[in-house]
Design a protein around this ligand. Structure first.
Ligand code: PLP
Length: 401
């Protein structure tokens, strides 16, 4: 923490921001959190998720688990006990972070993140193994990706060690929110953002690295098979390597909402974006990478600056190669995709999921789905490694507890 920073301390105008600087302010925040804990929790969690005992008693009589209905988990925010916060001034390095109770944060209205979108996010999961241990999956890859994004967005980033240790700390602190084996996972959301105040266009004077987490079940729960629509009017990323399509910028998602909202209103699960340069090749879905399967060959669009380099994508390429498939990273045309046997998407949230149909202009093409598909075989293998049921021979999993 940079409690003594003169920039804030010497300026009464910023008195409201001392929340970030002084520990007493966090204490106050903690107190208000404690007194409002129940209402805070019930307004944010879906009611079906809460356990029966609204009076705070623990029906499960089990201190190891939070009192919620683990079978009801979907992919929505369930607030947990703690979040991790670490700050640093521009031009300096992150040094020391702390765990604080989960709750709202205070920002200047002129914070860099709010005005100019200087921010990045990450996403990874912690799973409970059959015998109760907790595993992370390739967290250093998230850390490296955040570093690449931070360089592009002119932000300092935590070191790999700081990032991974902070993720471990947040998982241990919120251990009772890691779902039982087979019931889901703890989704971990690191954020890096320019929180310092400014008006002129420039990198923010101060940065905050925050990690919060939420227990989640299946991303596509109860949504049935995935039906994609090829989006041929809006593009997700600019062509070439100059844009930010290849980093997890917070600015990447709002621009795709109009396409996904329209597609969902028409009964589709998601859209598939095409390359902005030619409009002939597929890039990815709104938040997952795409693979097409034809016989023994698997193709996925190559990483060229417009496609998000998914950690699940990279892992699936390795797993499929080890299983004897020929995996190619290259341009994939819409025609080639429409001619495939199977199409699937990958991402931390979705894991691996079969795509049942893709609609391009007026034509709907159907694909193989079900337990015999390659995508389900890959999904089982990946989930098996992530949950400790299948031997991890690659050193991908990290034991937290
Ligand atoms: C995060 C993300 C993915 C998936 O990456 P994973 O590391 O596999 O979770 C794919 N596409 C976009 C646009 C993303 O933001």
């Amino acid at each position: 923490m940079w409690a003594g920073n003169e920039m804030w301390a010497g300026n009464e105008m910023w008195a409201g921001n001392e929340m970030w600087a002084g520990n007493e302010m966090w204490t106050r925040n903690e107190m208000s959190l404690r007194t409002t804990e129940r209402s805070h929790f019930t307004t944010m969690a879906p009611p079906s998720i809460l356990g029966n005992n609204g009076d705070g008693s623990n029906s499960a009589a089990d201190e190891n688990y939070a009192d919620i209905n683990w079978d009801e988990l979907g992919f929505s925010l369930v607030p947990t006990d703690y979040m991790y916060v670490m700050k640093c001034a521009n031009g300096e390095k992150f040094s020391q972070g702390t765990l604080i109770p989960f709750g709202n944060i205070e920002l200047s209205p002129s914070a860099g993140i709010l005005n100019y979108g200087q921010g990045l996010f990450e996403g990874l999961k912690a799973y409970r193994t059959e015998n109760g241990h907790i595993l992370l999956f390739r967290p250093e890859e998230n850390s490296k990706r955040m570093k690449t994004g931070a360089d592009r967005m002119c932000m300092p980033s935590p070191s790999i060690e700081q990032f991974v240790n902070a993720v471990k700390e947040i998982v241990i602190a919120n251990k009772r929110w890691v779902p039982p084996h087979g019931k889901g996972s703890l989704y971990i959301r690191p954020l890096l953002m320019g929180t310092g105040a400014l008006l002129g266009l420039a990198p923010a004077p101060e940065y905050t690295f925050i990690i919060y987490c939420s227990p989640v079940g299946s991303y596509h729960k109860d949504k049935g098979p995935l039906n994609f629509k090829v989006e041929d009017k809006l593009y997700r990323a600019i062509s070439g390597t100059g844009g930010t399509g290849g980093i997890k910028s917070v600015t990447n998602y709002a621009p795709v909402y109009s396409a996904t909202t329209e597609a969902k209103a028409n009964g589709f699960s998601d859209v598939l974006f095409l390359d902005a340069a030619t409009g002939k090749h597929i890039e990815e879905a709104s938040s997952s990478n795409v693979f097409v399967v034809k016989g023994n060959a698997i193709c996925t669009p190559a990483i060229d600056g417009t496609i998000l380099p998914g950690i699940t994508r990279k892992t699936i390429i390795d797993i499929a190669t080890d299983l004897g498939y020929e995996v190619m990273e290259r341009a994939v045309s819409v025609e080639e995709m429409l001619d495939a046997d199977e199409v699937f998407c990958t991402g931390t949230a979705v894991v691996v999921n079969s795509v049942a149909s893709i609609t391009f202009q007026k034509t709907r093409t159907q694909y193989k789905t079900g337990p015999e598909t390659l995508s389900q075989k890959l999904r089982k293998t990946l989930l098996g490694i992530q949950t400790g049921c299948i031997d991890d021979t690659k050193g991908w999993t990290v034991l937290v507890d």
